[in-house]
Design a protein around this ligand. Structure first.
Ligand SMILES: *Cc1c(COP(=O)(O)O)cnc(C)c1O
Length: 462
């Protein structure tokens, strides 16, 4: 009880406590993430080779493995102030409900119109595109959170925003589409006939409902074939993880303010940007030998890139137009089962997180979707927030960890990332409530098909 009086239920930072620098965890990694490779020559991509696709300043951030702190430009900090700091919440009601001695905190990133953490990187990417004098940007979106965040960021800076949206989501999530159009973005269902790669994919797979990998290929082609356009990406890349470190820096500042030291830090992992951003400052301490924490990445059992994937160079997209990245991957041809409702469906994982996981600095677990929705509902009923299915993967494992503490009597402090809200995921919730949601775990044979498509060249052993 004493503690409840000292520690508020929500911890906000003062303006002068908010981060002015992003933290680049690569600077403290002994084993750096492997460089992006040119898919033709298999040599590391140079600045010049990346220039037709990405903005200059973002390429510098992508390739920067040495500077630990990178200043956040004032214009971006001013935008952050519209919705940051995000609250760090003590889940008193969930603790009570679980009857656990564990202390549970969550960092809530759903307090902005886009409904997720993706705005943290969208605004940075739009800012650098504008500063470079570009006309606009192209991108892909799956469930629609990234496209929504980017359309908000582009309208703020007066940039054109072209979004290739995975066809199945375009049809199932018309409201997301309309939010994007409200902010002035044009939205094209992918695969489409507007690009060469889209036409090729449609020819090979008529009637396909699309995938993130296809949409990426189309967006890259659209960027490189229009004057004054570049491609931007909402996850996976080093630069995105860097921007997302505002999540972890704020979390750390808030915990430090009250002298709280977490034992376990948990996040859901799709492409790895929110988790990477949340854990970076804590991982830095671990890498420098100052403190130790347990980090857990949570992924869907139906798209298990860390727990069952290969650590290898792979294509980032289905059309194989992007550079090769060394990461935990299921193969760029992998498409999760149609019954999978909970997002986090990318075939690969951030090269930074992949390297950290490979070096044993982070753990990973895969969970099945019905258990994720059970956790989501349990959380919503006591904490009030309606969580996104993606975020609920982290909730599920935070609850599991808290229940372990109940058995052992340990008073661990658990922090997890609550990345967003689930208002646009009501079809998935409906399926769950009607008892129609099933779990699907791919067999080894099914995964092998994805691995068979990994690029084969000297040095790419897996
Ligand atoms: C995109 C998204 C994720 C997964 O992306 P990461 O890059 O792994 O963070 C998780 N939660 C929400 C709400 C998202 O929109």
């Amino acid at each position: 009880m004493a503690e409840k009086q000292n520690i508020p239920y929500k911890i906000y930072l003062e303006e002068n406590e908010m981060p002015k620098y992003w933290y680049n965890v690569r600077a403290d990694m002994k084993n750096k993430p492997a460089p992006l490779l040119n898919p033709q020559t298999h040599k590391p991509m140079t600045f010049e080779e990346l220039q037709p696709v990405f903005c200059d300043e973002l390429i510098r951030q992508e390739l920067n493995d040495t500077d630990a702190y990178i200043e956040i430009p004032e214009e971006i900090r001013n935008f952050y102030k519209m919705y940051r700091p995000s609250p760090l919440v003590r889940a008193y009601c969930l603790e009570e409900k679980l009857q656990t001695p564990a202390k549970i905190y969550y960092k809530f990133e759903g307090n902005n119109t886009s409904g997720s953490h993706k705005l943290n990187s969208a605004i940075a990417q739009a800012y650098y595109a504008k500063k470079e004098g570009l006309k606009g940007v192209t991108t892909e979106t799956g469930a629609g959170q990234w496209g929504t965040a980017l359309s908000m960021a582009c309208s703020y800076f007066g940039l054109d925003c072209q979004v290739y949206m995975v066809k199945v989501s375009y049809e199932q999530k018309p409201f997301r589409r309309e939010v994007m159009r409200t902010y002035g973005a044009s939205v094209t269902p992918s695969p489409s006939t507007t690009t060469e790669v889209g036409r090729k994919i449609l020819e090979a797979h008529p009637g396909t409902s699309g995938s993130l990998g296809c949409a990426i290929s189309e967006a890259v082609e659209a960027a490189t074939s229009q004057e004054g356009y570049r491609y931007v990406l909402g996850s996976v890349l080093n630069q995105v993880l860097l921007h997302q470190t505002v999540i972890g820096l704020e979390t750390k500042a808030a915990l430090d303010k009250y002298g709280i030291v977490p034992d376990v830090i948990i996040g859901c992992a799709g492409g790895g940007s929110n988790l990477g951003g949340l854990i970076s400052p804590f991982m830095g301490e671990k890498l420098r030998g100052e403190k130790d924490y347990k980090f857990i990445a949570v992924e869907p059992a139906s798209c298990p890139s860390l727990t069952r994937g290969k650590f290898a160079y792979d294509y980032c997209d289905t059309g194989m137009v992007c550079p090769l990245a060394k990461m935990y991957t299921l193969g760029s041809g992998f498409i999760p089962s149609a019954n999978h409702a909970g997002g986090l469906r990318y075939h690969g994982m951030s090269p930074v997180l992949s390297q950290l996981y490979h070096d044993g600095l982070m753990e990973a677990v895969a969970v099945e979707q019905t258990s994720v929705f059970e956790a989501a509902e349990q959380f919503a009923r006591v904490e009030g927030i309606l969580p996104a299915p993606e975020s609920s993967h982290a909730i599920k494992v935070a609850i599991d960890e808290a229940l372990k503490c109940k058995e052992t009597g340990e008073e661990k402090t658990i922090v997890f990332g609550l990345t967003g809200t689930g208002y646009f995921d009501m079809y998935a919730y409906e399926k769950f409530h009607d008892g129609k949601m099933t779990d699907y775990v791919p067999t080894d044979e099914e995964l092998q098909k994805g691995f068979d498509g990994l690029p084969k060249f000297e040095g790419n052993e897996f």
